[in-house]
Write a protein that binds this ligand. Structure first.
Ligand code: ATP
Ligand code: MG
Length: 435
């Protein structure tokens, strides 16, 4: 009889013979009997090897395998009250695919503190820990759910170039590359392209893709490459239409994360709490007053800054709100493509903050060609270097608005992770380009 190929999720007492493939997590040799723990993506399985009942050679190999070697074990499935699965495998055959070298660069099950850099330098090993992998299972789910929510709302998924000829979000964070002898840049966001698409008839688009920013500071919420979830929609009456859309996305994503991510959340020992809807709307001016009441004096036009955002997060948390809007930023603070609130120094723009940190910026865009060119000039930009973008505004552009959400920032706050690097498999920052 050939043994059925199983993993730790599918193996059951109904299997008489089974083969399981995985890593050798632990070996306990008690002399007369040995226990070998095999780990795969879904969990662990105990292989129980009674010395007298199995072939000496097999016993010898099994009990002397270096930890973390990769193997296939075949054996008889037996009931067991001692293991989490309620069963164990009595081995009859072993295939060693790859022996691990020792010592290991870091332990998988040892309960010792490992420096973050050591973990990131050896990410392949770090991710053998279930609680590290769980974050990325949840990130994958989050991105799937965003896709589902967008599909329900008739958004078309698009891909825009990541090699571009001009930036959209300010020169200081542009990465320059040599493009066949000419300067080009890594895209900081899909901003210009998703707006151009509004003139095509695809009136609701979204993209999830990498965005690149040469962030010179070392913070727990900035990296040089992040996953940007961008949306752009036409025919809006005001930016509130965009804000409602984002609320609908969150209303879809949060409960589904809790439900479909339950197993991974359990591994992490975390619970996902949906933010209260609708999200309260604070004006930029309200924020200045709130901060002043806490002793933080900012001038009109100042950036709220890390500390300011955090303080507002604390005030809002006391009122029971994790997510809230900050609207009416001074026009001077916002990029050229944002629409001004005429006759005021403000703009039709918003930030969405979650637990004291910005996770999204968006707003209504300037769709009128003359005004757009005017704004570019006022910001010291040369309209000529944006001509292919501007062309899309010359022959009929609907009113539109949109947003960019940092996927990792959203996940970090959802799971209360301490650092954005915990939500990126191979993070890129000012000090890190490998692995
Ligand atoms: P911050 O002020 O926090 O640096 P930003 O206002 O410069 O962010 P935007 O240009 O508004 O960022 O980008 C939209 C979203 O993309 C942000 O709200 C954030 O979620 C995400 N984001 C921007 N820069 C980074 C980064 N360096 N690392 C991770 N996520 C980022
Ligand atoms: Mg922003």
């Amino acid at each position: 009889m050939t043994a059925a190929l199983r993993d730790t999720r599918t193996i059951s007492l109904e299997d008489e013979q089974a083969t399981v493939k995985g890593w050798v997590q632990e070996i306990r040799n008690l002399g007369g009997i040995s226990f070998i723990v095999i780990r795969d993506r879904y969990g662990t399985l105990q292989v129980t090897a009674p010395k007298k009942k199995i072939e000496p050679e097999l016993f010898q190999t099994l009990t002397t395998l270096p930890r973390e070697s990769v193997v296939a074990v075949t054996g008889t499935v037996k009931k067991s009250d001692q293991t989490a699965l309620g069963l164990e495998l009595i081995p009859s055959a072993l295939e060693v695919y790859a022996e691990a070298m020792s010592p290991l660069p870091l332990g998988v099950v040892d309960k010792v503190h490992v420096e973050p850099d050591t973990r990131l330098n050896n990410r392949f090993m770090d991710m053998r820990r279930p609680e590290i992998r769980a974050v990325f299972e949840l990130k994958s789910l989050l991105m799937d759910l965003i896709g589902e929510a967008m599909q329900e709302m008739d958004f078309v998924q698009v891909n825009t170039p990541k090699l571009v000829s001009s930036g959209a979000e300010g020169g200081s964070t542009l990465f320059q590359v040599d493009y066949f002898g000419k300067p080009a840049y890594l895209a900081q966001s899909p901003q210009l392209y998703k707006q151009m698409l509004m003139s095509t008839g695809l009136d609701r688009v979204f993209e999830m893709g990498p965005a690149f920013r040469a962030e010179h500071s070392n913070t727990v919420r900035h990296v040089s490459e992040f996953m940007s979830f961008d949306g752009e929609m036409s025919w809006i009456q005001s930016q509130e239409d965009v804000m409602h859309t984002i609320e609908s996305i969150m209303a879809y994503v949060f409960p589904a994360m809790a439900e479909r991510g339950a197993k991974h959340l359990e591994i992490l020992g975390k619970e996902i709490v949906a933010p209260k809807m609708p999200f309260p709307i604070l004006r930029y001016q309200d924020c200045l007053e709130m901060l002043a009441s806490k002793g933080m004096q900012l001038k009109d036009g100042d950036d709220l800054g890390t500390e300011g955002e955090k303080l507002i997060g604390e005030i809002m948390a006391e009122e029971g709100h994790d997510m809230y809007w900050i609207v009416e930023y001074p026009e001077l603070e916002k990029p050229f493509y944002i629409m001004e609130k005429e006759g005021t120094p403000y703009s039709f723009s918003f930030d969405l903050d979650y637990k004291g940190q910005e996770i999204s910026s968006g707003g209504q865009r300037e769709h009128r060609y003359e005004q757009l060119v005017e704004r570019m000039r006022a910001k010291g930009l040369d309209p000529d270097s944006f001509h292919s973008y501007l062309d899309a505004f010359r022959y009929g552009m609907p009113p539109h608005g949109g947003w960019g959400i940092g996927v990792e920032r959203l996940l970090v706050k959802m799971l209360d992770l301490p650092n954005i690097r915990e939500a990126i498999i191979f993070p890129r920052d000012i000090n890190r380009l490998t692995p």
